[in-house]
Design a protein around this ligand. Structure first.
Ligand SMILES: Cc1ncc(COP(=O)(O)O)c(C=O)c1O
Length: 390
């Protein structure tokens, strides 16, 4: 059977640097309990992953197969993940007085960017022989995991907060998953998932397994490719677990090592809700790790993440890029959804609208300059959250 062009070599702890064989189902670093990152032979990858070769490749994240972990064609689960449009939001940009692009992730299968991470993670788990999968989720990740597990024929167990909108529960059930509602938040769901590890179900919690970040990093490859290999000045990302932000930061380093881009980097901005802003608080305090946020409350379910295992990686990317972190109130997210919608034709998830609310603040304060280019991530479709505006 055909093998892919993956150049994966091994796994490496993002904190202590300990290395691991990638050909095993594994969660965190066994030394320090921190996330494992995938490493590649980038000298080899760059022989075939070139600006020219990409022109003829498929319109999905699998176009970057040299820097993805899946080794066999049969294991690549394809439902329509990645290669989403990057809109040049001219009318919005004119109003704000800077160049604004929106990466519309609502067009992925199951209507959010979670399809990227779970598409790659479930493919890899399937390839490595996982028999059943379990996930704690704020909603979107559960839907994506259910879809890919169904495609692979693997039983899926999802754990979501009891107050997650019923649409997410319905989608998971109809995709064949076993849905468990937990009285608590996503971190409480995580505790439940750790409790079921005894059944041999593989835990695909974000950054607790090494491959979701690999799927999400393709957002960074796509932004570069879609902008003609010129990165924007600023990227604004709605941060829960922060996997996409950390993934894009990793992607930029890989791209530089392969000669696809130079050393310039965007300033990375984390946006959170004022009702749950552990990363913003840690950034402001100048600390390496973010403490658990008590009483997390926001309508943006994806941002209701009181504690992130990749906190130090998020904070590192923000600081090394000379970026920043800021929180916006829910009312502003809801208000700016209509601004984005009516000026661009994109109906954003509240998380996506939070990026616009953040940009308005950063523009007003002068942190974003008039001639700068900014990419906003609309991480999901507003259709799944229509109840918020009904
Ligand atoms: C629509 C949406 N946006 C943003 C996030 C946060 O993503 P990340 O965990 O990569 O920070 C989520 C996570 O659930 C989400 O569903």
């Amino acid at each position: 059977m055909a093998s892919t062009a993956s150049t994966m070599t091994h796994l490496e702890c993002g904190y202590c640097g300990k290395t691991y064989d990638a050909n095993q189902l594994i969660n965190l670093c066994q030394e320090c309990g921190k996330p494992l990152l995938v490493r590649y032979d980038l000298d080899k990858a760059k022989e075939t992953l070139t600006r020219a070769s990409l022109k003829d490749r498929e319109a999905s994240l699998w176009r970057y197969e040299e820097v993805l972990p899946v080794q066999n064609d049969w294991a690549m689960l394809k439902l329509g993940e990645g290669w989403t449009p990057l809109h040049d939001a001219k009318r919005l940009g004119e109003e704000l007085g800077c160049r604004v692009y929106i990466k519309d992730e609502g067009l992925n299968v199951t209507a959010s960017f979670k399809a990227r991470g779970l598409g790659v993670a479930v493919s890899r788990a399937y390839e490595l022989g996982a028999k059943e999968l379990a996930i704690p989720s704020a909603g979107n990740a559960a839907c994506a995991m259910s879809a890919y597990a169904a495609a692979a024929g693997l039983p899926a167990h999802v754990y979501m907060p009891v107050d997650v909108p019923s649409l997410f529960q319905v989608e998971c059930r109809e995709l064949g998953a076993n849905v468990n509602l937990v009285n608590g938040l996503i971190n409480d769901c995580g505790v439940k998932v750790r409790g079921v590890a005894k059944y041999g179900w593989f835990d695909v919690s974000t950054l607790r397994e090494p491959y979701r970040i690999e799927g999400k990093k393709t957002m960074g490859y796509e932004v570069a490719e879609q902008l003609g290999w010129q990165l924007p000045d600023v990227i604004i990302y709605p941060t829960g677990g922060g996997t996409g932000l950390v993934g894009m930061w990793k992607a930029f380093d890989e791209m530089e090592q392969m000669g696809l881009i130079g050393s310039a980097r965007p300033r990375m901005v984390s946006v959170q809700s004022t009702g749950c802003a552990p990363i913003v608080r840690a950034y402001e305090q100048g600390v390496e790790f973010a403490e658990l946020w008590q009483g997390a409350k926001t309508v943006a379910d994806g941002l209701r993440v009181p504690v992130a295992i990749g906190d130090f990686l998020i904070l590192r990317a923000i600081r090394n890029s000379h970026g920043t972190a800021l929180a916006v109130p829910d009312e502003e997210m809801l208000r700016y959804a209509r601004v984005m919608g009516s000026k661009t034709g994109i109906f954003p998830a509240p998380e996506g609208a939070a990026c616009l609310a953040g940009l308005v603040k950063l523009k007003e304060s002068g942190w974003v300059k008039p001639d700068e280019s900014v990419v906003l991530f609309n991480t999901g479709s507003g259709l799944k959250y229509a109840h918020l505006w009904a």
